[in-house]
Design a protein around this ligand. Sequence first.
Ligand code: ZN
Length: 281
Amino acid sequence: MSGNNTLFWYDHWIGSSNLKSRYPNLFELESKKRCTVADRIGGLNQNWKWETRPVVQGLDSEVHDLINDVSNVQLNSGLDQWRCKLSLDGRFFVAIIRQLVDKLKTINPVAPMIIWSKVVPIKVICLVWRAVQQRIPTATALECRGILVNSTLCSSCIGNFECADHVLINCPFANMIRSCIWSWCGITGEHESIKTISDLIYFASKWGRNKRKRKWFVAICYGMIWNLWRFRNKRLFHRESISVHNGLECIKAMTFFWVKHRSDKGMCSWEEWLISPFYDL
Ligand SMILES: [Zn+2]
């Protein structure tokens, strides 16, 4: 860095915070508050310009600490640049933060199993990611946050409390939809062992040996979750009831559209898709 484009006191360029926060008393005595790094420590000597000498104010130990902090800074030519400490070449990528977040201990260990597939729209994956952590606004979740709701019972079966796992997995309506999806995909067994959204996400992420089939199956599972939440909202807010048959058709159509337009590989026709999503695989 040359220090010409970096504000000495305001920018966070050295240490754990900016120098204004770390040395507020010295900052008060600074005669040019918006001076650059080059103004103060460029050249052979440090060029302090105080309004009143800090030593008179009894701030000599702070001056000593400040000088100590900046004493090893080497300025050179060129523009000042930000460097990301997480990457080897100093360049910042969102993917680096994503990897870091995934490595952190998450509330639900299954959350990293979520597949951020290009076949599935990002808003759908975000809903799934939130649902895995029970962070979608179901009636019980809202009540936990102190929001008044008319009822915490499921609007479909009226027999159970409405939580994320119930609406998307255990409600008889969700159960029937999943059962139909399973038979459409040719999956036998495993249906009963899925009790939570985490179970479903884990199952989908490990299912089968054919990567392309798994990719599409993941898209179907995420599409199912997205639509079950949509059906619940329609039922609750628009008093629209969706039958299992119509719900299933809706999921098949939406996931066909995703795979056809968002996948880079060719695929079967709509008629073939209705028979099996893995018709030509
Ligand atoms: Zn229910």
